[in-house]
Design a protein around this ligand. Structure first.
Ligand SMILES: Nc1ncnc2c1ncn2[C@@H]1O[C@H](COP(=O)(O)OP(=O)(O)OP(=O)(O)O)[C@@H](O)[C@H]1O
Ligand SMILES: [Mg+2]
Length: 493
């Protein structure tokens, strides 16, 4: 790709960008949120057309006007947000839109037989007739890769493939990427997880503000060098901190809460005002379900939630918000944002009442001023606060979700994976904000699968395993091994 320029209304997403990859090479594409990584790959994948620039595939000038053009050139794409139809089975997904037919009918047996070898290559041990909905996200990701392979892809693009995977699924995916490379397939891999990049990339290409920011060869790849390319300066590492906050005991208590995922487990714990409680555990341990039950999205089967001694009505989000309990959910596209709305509306949505005048009219200027304050303090990368959320990069959407709650007056905030998909620099900003909230006396319940984050930000850690709390760690007992030990079940009882 040579001299690629792409403009969106109000934004130059890419400017004269150059990118190349060889057969069998694994290239990691890195950069801060909004740097242009997804846009560049969407151009290679036929989703967007560049305004300027040339693309060459295997020495031939290529015009990629659509996704099928890209497929015909051997470019396969595993997207940032999976686009699998989960009411179909595995084989039907792999052959979607090009089903082999016999006498005009879809030949299911052939689909299953043709799918099997691809699943084997990827080490995915499921029957092609398994419905997709029955698979974990990691397995669904493998199905997407199988689809790319079955279309004879020579270049496979993966946009943040590991952001929703468990540790073991991530390891497995990195092995698969390595094997793809050995078999001559070029893999382009976008990730904010620099440890993984270090583990699997042959070369790193960095973008900054839509321009090439430099490259690293295999032997030059390390954490600090990558950060320097992405942000253009050195960054402080996640500062481990000593809390000096006064704790307001029992601001928030959860008693005997049962959620639908593990209906036989009751969970109880407390978070003091001013305290940051980290909740660790493996994907599937039931942490998000518990948070949703506490917030009232899913009515809990049993149990109660108390704020400052007053118990909340069960299963009412409205009541939770009124009492000052907020949830910043993990899945921002489904539950955190109204994508078609402007940033302003997304930020003020939950607190609209406080912008209303006596006559019920919304004070648009005040609304806008608050949104602009959040855009500034969270450094949301956008042409203006009037931009629709759907046009923001993944990480910037996450910041808008945070802005919504920060603009209110919370007593308790549940953060579910607060920095998923967020770049290193912005992560530190968000940690500062979380601490600032704690200093204001807010009780913070932070669910996180990011080890560095749980250890660096929490005052106390509880670990969940299969729907129950398998242990609790005070600051002096913090450690990666201690957490992993509890996450897989802890001491046998
Ligand atoms: N469809 C669109 N309409 C308008 N602007 C867009 C659109 N898609 C992307 N942008 C803008 O282009 C810029 C680059 O976005 P892009 O999604 O490529 O970033 P990214 O590097 O993938 O970031 P992230 O790490 O957060 O996923 C951003 O400023 C974004 O707001
Ligand atoms: Mg992106």
């Amino acid at each position: 790709m040579e001299n690629i320029t792409k403009r969106f209304p109000g934004v130059v997403a890419l400017e004269q960008v150059r990118f190349e990859i060889c057969e069998g090479e694994i290239v990691a594409l890195i950069g801060e949120n909004g740097a242009g990584k997804s846009t560049l790959m969407n151009i290679l994948g036929g989703v967007h057309q560049p305004d300027e620039g040339e693309i060459e595939v295997a020495g031939q000038a290529a015009k990629i006007r659509s996704v099928s053009d890209a497929n015909a050139l051997g470019v396969g794409f595993v997207h940032q947000e999976l686009n699998i139809l989960d009411n179909l089975d595995v084989g039907a997904n792999v052959y979607l839109g090009r089903e082999p037919r016999r006498l005009g009918l879809i030949n299911r047996r052939k689909i299953a037989a043709d799918t099997r070898p691809y699943l084997e290559v990827l080490g995915l041990d499921v029957d092609p007739e398994t419905p997709l909905a029955a698979l974990s996200i990691g397995q669904q990701q493998m199905v997407e890769i199988a689809k790319a392979l079955s279309k004879d892809a020579k270049i496979i693009i993966m946009d943040e493939p590991t952001s929703s995977l468990t540790l073991s699924e991530t390891e497995r995916l990195l092995e698969v990427i390595h094997d793809l490379g050995k078999n001559g397939i070029a893999v382009i891999y976008i990730s904010h997880r620099l440890g993984e990049v270090n583990q699997c990339a042959d070369r790193v290409v960095a973008l900054r503000d839509g321009c090439n920011a430099g490259e690293l060869r295999r032997e030059e790849i390390n954490h600090d060098a990558m950060v320097r390319l992405m942000v253009g300066r050195d960054l402080e590492r996640t500062p481990s901190h000593v809390s000096t906050r006064a704790l307001d005991s029992k601001r928030f208590t959860v008693s005997n809460l049962r959620s639908s995922l593990y209906p036989n487990r009751k969970v109880s714990f407390e978070v003091a005002g001013g305290e940051i409680l980290g909740m660790a555990g493996l994907v599937g341990a039931g942490r998000s379900e518990l948070a949703q039950a506490a917030f009232g999205v899913d009515p809990p089967l049993e149990g109660c939630v108390n704020i400052d001694g007053a118990s909340l009505k069960r299963g009412s989000v409205k009541e939770s918000i009124r009492a000052g309990l907020y949830l910043a959910p993990e899945d921002r596209k489904q539950t955190g944002l109204v994508l078609e709305f402007e940033i302003i509306q997304n930020i003020t949505l939950a607190s609209l009442g406080s912008y209303a005048s006596r006559f019920g009219l919304i004070d648009r200027d005040a609304e806008r001023a608050e949104a602009e304050r959040q855009v500034e303090s969270l450094r949301i990368k956008t042409p203006s606060a009037c931009t629709a959320a759907i046009n923001l990069s993944g990480g910037n959407q996450q910041k808008v979700v945070l802005g919504k709650w920060l603009s209110m007056n919370p007593k308790v905030i549940i953060f579910d994976e607060p920095t998923r998909g967020i770049d290193v620099g912005a992560k530190n900003e968000i940690y500062k904000l979380i601490r600032k909230l704690a200093e204001r006396g807010v009780a913070i319940w932070m669910i996180s699968s990011d080890m560095e984050e749980v250890l660096g930000v929490s005052d106390r850690i509880v670990v969940m395993h299969e729907g129950r709390i398998s242990g609790e760690l005070q600051r002096d007992a913090f450690g990666e091994e201690a957490i992993m030990h509890l996450a897989v079940g802890g001491p046998k009882t």
